[in-house]
Design a protein around this ligand. Structure first.
Ligand code: ADP
Length: 697
């Protein structure tokens, strides 16, 4: 269908443009030209629609998918960062939310939120209650700010004397000295301290009743006075009395110790003063040492004392902040809960105003931070590509930050960054490389397919053209001998010859042309048999010289009539070779007739035979137009005729050399061509001397 285009497929765009231009001018030839181009255009459109456009679209989609996939990697990373940040902030929210709910619940039920702090939150360290004026009410009190008054010189000397005597074991004299000091004291705390020492010395001297009296005096007069180490002298006196009692009446002694511990626990302890917990612990130790002590009660009391002591420790560490809180109490709505964090403080304060009291809860800020960090660390372990950070105000932002969020109500920010951005980049590069390679491969394969298809189509077109040429050439070749035979036959029939000689000439022409016709038909039939694979030759040991001579005799007259000298150079002693006589005759006839056809102008054709090592080589030479090197590779292909106009002028079918090569190869030989354009051509075929293995191919 593309026969019209096949001769010059490359020039079609130019022809199309020219055609379109001329068509506008109303050129009839252009219309015809375009009509011939139509099938080719149709082919181009179908080809583009079915192969090129889909291939380009697919390549485009594949390329677009690379960047989409890269964006996906980033989005995925950010999504994971986002979810981690969310998780941390939810954790903080849950942590504090639980505490808030439980605290409000307790207040609603009318219970104190100052007890069992661990139940409210594991991070709650201490809680305080203030009255509406901002005074600390419970469970602790702030120490009174009394200036320390120095004792008088006399007091000091009596005190020192008492201590020395007590150390020396002279308890009665020591008691005297302490008593003098107590009488002379100007400050209640000095008097209390000296009275306590007096009682203690009396106890050591064995005067229990007197000692007890001294202690109860303290209890009545100076219960809350403190000695210079921060102990309430009243507590110390109670302890000493219980000890005395424990010896006289253990039951009563134990009850006194228990009462002392209970009263201490019920009392407010003073921040920054170690006395109360120390006395309580001392009383518990004495109880543990006593017989028949209630161990369960002791254990419970010990836990309570321990908890209270820990709270006191926290409260002492926060003493300054507490003062800050009380001096600057925020205005709050009833039931409102507000968080306050002082920079650098170990405490996160939660303030709750009930309308009657303000509760201040101190949460362990470091423990909260640790909790957040452990959430981040857990997630870090699960996802290698992201890392979490807890940033305090002023901390630098980590590099390759993906997401960050303020962890309300804390001052901290949870930040998530890419652990190794190079690894992410490398992952993207790897993806790009793999995709790129696949796309390149696919595109290359498609292009290769396109090229192969184009070549295939072109070859098919060429074959179609060559076949069409062949049919035309054969008809042409047939017509000329038939015409000759007919003309000469008619002349004879009508007796139009001049004389006997002329008549013989006519008969000779008829025979010659019939020979030509028969050769042509033989060639076509042989070619058809070869194409079908049905051609067989029967080889036998034969005299090649004789075959050559016979062929030469048959063609010589014709050549000479065309003014061509045939120079034959064949040694007389050619060895016997295995041949099919007629077939080798056909080879020689074809080669000689080609030499005459394409080299006849030079008036010379040569035939030479030579004996080689293991073959006989026969060459047919001419001094004619020669064969272009490009054509030399293709002249043995069927139907092939050179496109050189010099050659095309001569009649031919393009199957002669195909038959020649087939026959030579069937004899186990080879055929080669040597040619220089403009100088001449030599075809040489070899016939092996050895008999072929399979005689009768
Ligand atoms: P035909 O001669 O009928 O065209 P052949 O198969 O015999 O077909 O030859 C094939 C082609 O080889 C010819 O068309 C011609 O181009 C080339 N050819 C063959 N012999 C010669 C020669 N002696 N000199 C130049 N060209 C030749």
């Amino acid at each position: 269908m593309f026969a019209g285009m096949a001769s010059s497929p490359r020039s079609w765009p130019r022809r199309l443009l020219r055609g379109a231009r001329q068509l506008r001018k109303g050129d009839a030839r252009a219309t015809r030209e375009l009509a011939r181009l139509r099938p080719f255009l149709r082919f181009v459109v179908v080809f583009s629609m079915s192969i090129i456009v889909p291939a380009v679209l697919l390549a485009y989609l594949a390329l677009a998918s690379i960047s989409a996939e890269e964006l996906q990697v980033d989005a995925d990373l950010e999504r994971r960062a986002e979810s981690l940040v969310m998780q941390v902030s939810t954790d903080v929210h849950d942590l504090l939310g639980g505490f808030e709910d439980r605290t409000v619940q307790r207040l609603r039920e009318g219970q104190s939120p100052l007890d069992n702090l661990a139940e409210l939150s594991p991070h709650l360290r201490v809680a305080f209650r203030f009255d509406p004026e901002g005074h600390l009410v419970s469970p602790f009190e702030l120490p009174a700010r009394h200036p320390q008054v120095e004792p008088t010189a006399f007091y000091r000397s009596e005190w020192t004397r008492g201590s020395r005597l007590e150390r020396a074991g002279e308890f009665l004299s020591a008691a005297e000295a302490y008593r003098t000091a107590a009488d002379e004291a100007t400050e209640p705390s000095h008097a209390a301290q000296a009275t306590f020492a007096w009682g203690r010395a009396l106890r050591k001297a064995g005067l229990h009743a007197e000692a007890d009296q001294a202690f109860s005096g303290i209890y009545a007069e100076y219960a809350s006075a403190r000695d210079r180490w921060g102990f309430r002298v009243g507590d110390l006196a109670s302890l000493e009395r219980a000890r005395i009692l424990l010896e006289a009446d253990p039951e009563a002694g134990r009850a006194a110790l228990r009462a002392l511990v209970e009263s201490l626990l019920a009392d407010r302890w003073t921040i920054n003063r170690p006395g109360e917990p120390a006395v309580a612990r001392r009383a518990l130790r004495l109880l543990e040492g006593a017989e028949d002590a209630d161990p369960d009660w002791v254990a419970r009391a010990r836990t309570r004392v321990h908890d209270r002591t820990t709270q006191l420790y926290w409260a002492s560490a926060l003493a300054e902040e507490l003062e800050l809180l009380t001096s600057d109490l925020p205005r709050m709505a009833v039931g409102e809960l507000r968080y306050v964090a002082h920079p650098g403080s170990p405490s996160l304060w939660a303030l709750l105003w009930t309308g009657e009291a303000l509760f201040a809860f101190s949460l362990d800020y470091d423990a909260l931070r640790r909790e957040i960090r452990s959430t981040l660390a857990r997630a870090d372990r699960l996802d290698e590509q992201i890392s979490g950070h807890v940033l305090r105000p002023g901390d630098p932002t980590p590099p390759f930050l993906l997401r960050s969020q303020q962890l309300q109500p804390l001052a901290e920010v949870a930040a998530v960054s890419a652990t190794d951005p190079d690894a992410v980049l490398e992952l993207k590069r790897q993806m790009r490389r793999t995709r790129g390679a696949i796309i390149t491969l696919a595109v290359t394969m498609s292009l290769l397919g396109v090229l192969l298809s184009v070549r295939l189509v072109r070859n098919e077109l060429e074959t179609a053209r060559v076949k069409a040429d062949f049919a035309a050439n054969v008809s042409h070749e047939l017509r000329s001998p038939i015409t000759q035979i007919r003309l000469k036959g008619e002349a004879l029939q009508l007796d139009l010859t001049y004389d006997e000689e002329d008549r013989r000439q006519h008969y000779a022409t008829i025979v010659h042309e019939a020979d030509r016709l028969s050769r042509l038909v033989d060639n076509v039939l042989d070619f058809a048999a070869i194409e079908r694979g049905a051609k067989r030759y029967s080889l036998r040991a034969d005299d090649l010289t004789e075959v050559i001579e016979k062929t030469v005799d048959a063609v010589r007259a014709d050549l000479e009539a065309r003014g061509i000298t045939l120079e034959v150079d064949v040694p007389p002693d050619l060895p016997v070779v295995w041949i099919d006589r007629d077939a080798i005759g056909q080879v020689l006839t074809n080669l000689l007739s080609n030499a005459a056809k394409y080299g006849g102008e030079a008036g010379w054709v040569g035939l030479q035979a030579r004996v080689g090592l293991d073959s006989v080589d026969v060459s047919v030479s001419d001094r004619g137009v020669g064969i272009d090197p490009e054509d030399q590779r293709r002249i043995f292909d069927h139907f092939y005729r050179s496109s050189d106009p010099l050659i095309r002028r001569r009649k031919g079918t393009g199957i002669g050399l195909t038959i020649v090569r087939y026959i030579v190869e069937a004899h186990g030989g080879t055929i080669t061509v040597e040619s220089t354009p403009g100088q001449g051509t030599t075809f040489t075929f070899t016939l092996p001397l050895e008999p072929p293995g399979d005689v009768g191919v």
